[in-house]
Write a protein that binds this ligand. Structure first.
Ligand code: SF4
Length: 262
């Protein structure tokens, strides 16, 4: 029996804040359908999808409906990406959704803030993930991390979660792409990016710097007033990461989308 013959018994549903049916900027080199799951345990002041933070935002979606949605463009798709919010908060629905994607013969990726390494491990044990995109939002120090995620009390746990997620993925040999959002006055200094780069260079296949964009649904009204960092600034920070020993570095900007930096 091949994967497309498998009969799945679908018990769960997802709380979905939005779907992008075809994206080429979420997984470099892949055409992906991206599902944005509702709910997040962090409060990053620069969050660009802040309407997704409450767990009840959006609509319930059955996994049968998700399968049908994927099938509309299946000939164009390589993969399905589950983003958020924090998708691992919906662990049971996510697991069944990943099984649905597998049954359709597509690759899978999650975009996580790293706070639930035990869920990542469970998904990896079941062979349900091809790639993990991990937000590393700050240098791995409790105080600074807690400040950047907007929940100081969670700083230590968040740092441990990121470290454990990286080690777990390494143990399973699954590709990890680390992402940092570059935000004016928070994360746009060379020392900040170099510190993250030195922690992750042995544990990821790629590092992506994402340009803060104040057009989004920004959590902090003060940050909403700030302009995004320039593409030139992003490229300079990417060079800092390369010099720190990260082998593959990308920048994602409003101007030119996703580009690899050499
Ligand atoms: S940016 Fe922060 S608050 Fe927003 S969804 Fe991601 S982890 Fe949650």
């Amino acid at each position: 029996m091949n994967s497309s013959d498998m009969i799945l018994v679908l018990m769960e549903k997802l709380r979905v804040g939005g779907i992008v049916d075809l994206s080429t900027v979420d997984w470099y080199g892949n055409a992906s359908l991206v599902v944005f799951l509702s709910g997040c345990n962090f409060r990053c002041p620069y969050c660009q999808n802040s309407s997704l933070i409450p767990g009840d935002y959006g609509e319930d979606m059955s996994l049968d409906a998700l399968r049908k949605r994927i099938e509309v463009n299946i000939d164009l798709l390589d993969s399905v990406v589950f983003s958020g919010g924090e998708p691992l908060l919906q662990r049971d629905g996510l697991m069944e959704a990943l099984e649905v994607v597998r049954s359709l013969g597509l690759k899978t990726m999650i975009e996580t803030n790293g706070s639930h390494p035990e869920v990542v491990e469970n998904l990896l044990k079941r062979g349900l993930l091809d790639r993990v995109a991990l937000d590393v939002k700050a240098p791995l120090e409790d105080e600074v991390y807690g400040r950047v995620i907007g929940v100081p009390a969670l700083g230590g746990a968040a740092v441990n979660g990121v470290k454990n997620t990286l080690e777990t993925c390494k143990g399973f040999g699954v590709e990890v792409e680390v992402r940092t959002t570059v935000v004016p006055k928070i994360s746009d200094e060379p020392w900040f990016i170099r510190s993250i780069a030195s922690s992750i260079r042995e544990l990821c296949v790629a590092y992506q710097l994402q340009q803060f964009d104040n057009l989004g649904d920004i959590l902090s009204p003060e940050l909403k007033m700030l302009s995004p960092p320039s593409r030139e600034r992003m490229l300079k920070l990417a060079q800092e990461a390369l010099e720190e020993g990260v082998k593959e570095v990308y920048v994602k900007t409003r101007e030119l989308g996703l580009e690899r930096v050499k």
